[in-house]
Design a protein around this ligand. Structure first.
Ligand SMILES: Cc1cc2nc3c(=O)[nH]c(=O)nc-3n(C[C@H](O)[C@H](O)[C@H](O)COP(=O)(O)O)c2cc1C
Length: 351
């Protein structure tokens, strides 16, 4: 793993490995609908922001700690819920959850995981775990998942709100995914397209876990989420896997942050994060934490648990260096949108 110095090294090795698989794992990893515009723009959008560094500040000690939902967290980076991790490496969800714990990152387990709620909790007892819910048509399945997650010590339920129907993912049609033998998906993919804001109230009545909505892209919905008493919001376009023609997550972050300003609702972001400087930009624009999806999976694919831990280590070190070079020593009052400006090149060919 020594030769892997940046996340891009992991992406290249992961692509080269998965495209050789016959089981559709690369198509699943990419997962793009239509033209793959949103996936592409999620990454490019970060390049349209640059950092306004401040100088001659003592940066000999950089503090990456924060608090998430009232509990201290050692880094502002978490692992986003991604389904079927056994497609990429036998270590699967248990390995990535352990890697997250080693790095001080929160791990979000997908409803469509290839390890159970209980197995992941037992495999990663030191990791802060959240459970992502795809609200199912059968209400008893939802109840059972919530009860089991709460009983197993998961702190929060992350309700995904941008996937009531699956998108038109062409790769899945061209090369359908197939799980390795002995690996099972825990829950059938039977999402309820009639889900509405009543489900948010219903979940509150079922569980004491914190409630987070994942997949908000507008200030209007962020306001409604605040009114419905959620604890946090993840600004996300599902890594460009759902509606293709939408804004990159980083571009709508300021709008969502502004809509939640007078509340205690925390705002997080995912989509397109491959560098520590991406994390810095999101935090400066108002996110309390970011999540990584494919970046964690690239680590898993290449090196199992160790690979996932290594990408988290790389991102953390890059964030630490970015903060020091930008003159930011901590993530409290020290970081703000004053450290960011839009990139306006002189020539259109500079884009
Ligand atoms: C292979 C894969 C599977 C995913 N499965 C889920 C899922 O089960 N539930 C969910 O809410 N989001 C899922 N997502 C979306 C991620 O949680 C996250 O929003 C996205 O990956 C962030 O973008 P990034 O990959 O550019 O970091 C999945 C993403 C990928 C790449």
């Amino acid at each position: 793993m020594e030769k892997f110095l940046c996340v891009q090294d992991f992406y290249e090795a992961a692509k080269s490995k998965l495209t050789k698989d016959s089981n559709g794992s690369w198509e699943y990893f990419e997962g793009i609908p239509d033209e793959g515009w949103a996936l592409d723009q999620n990454r490019k959008a970060f390049k349209r922001y640059v950092i306004r560094p401040r100088i001659l500040r003592d940066v000999s000690a950089i503090n990456l700690t924060t608090t998430i939902l009232g509990i201290p967290a050692s880094i502002p980076i978490g692992v986003a819920p991604t389904s079927k991790q056994a497609l990429f490496h036998p270590d699967g969800e248990c390995g990535v959850a352990r890697a997250a714990g080693r790095s001080g990152a929160i791990y979000v387990l997908s409803t469509l995981a290839t390890a159970s709620i209980e197995e992941v909790a037992a495999a990663a007892p030191k990791t802060r775990l959240w459970f992502q819910l795809y609200y199912q048509k059968d209400i008893e399945v939802n109840k059972d998942l919530l009860i089991r997650a709460e009983k197993s010590g998961y702190e929060a339920v992350v309700l995904t709100v941008d996937c009531q129907i699956p998108a038109n993912r062409l790769g899945f049609k061209r090369k359908p995914w197939k799980l390795p033998e002995m690996q099972e998906q825990q829950v059938p993919e039977d999402m309820d397209p009639s889900m509405d804001w009543n489900v948010v109230k219903w979940i509150r009545e079922q569980t004491k876990m914190k409630l987070i909505l994942k997949g908000i892209l507008t200030g209007e919905d962020a306001k409604l989420a605040v009114e419905h008493g959620v604890d946090a919001i993840i600004v996300s376009n599902h890594g460009g896997r759902q509606l293709d023609s939408v804004m990159p997550a980083i571009d709508v972050l300021p709008e969502v942050v502004a809509s939640t300003k007078s509340s205690n609702v925390e705002v997080y972001l995912d989509g397109g994060i491959t560098l520590g400087s991406d994390v810095f930009k999101a935090l400066a624009l108002g996110a309390k934490m970011v999540f990584i999806g494919r970046t964690a999976l690239a680590g898993l694919t290449v090196g199992g648990e160790q690979g996932a831990a290594k990408v988290l280590e790389i991102l953390t070190n890059e964030l630490d260096k970015t903060m020091a070079l930008a003159g930011v020593t901590d993530l409290g009052s020290n970081i703000s949108s004053k450290f960011i400006q839009n990139y306006k090149p002189f020539l259109s060919s500079d884009y």
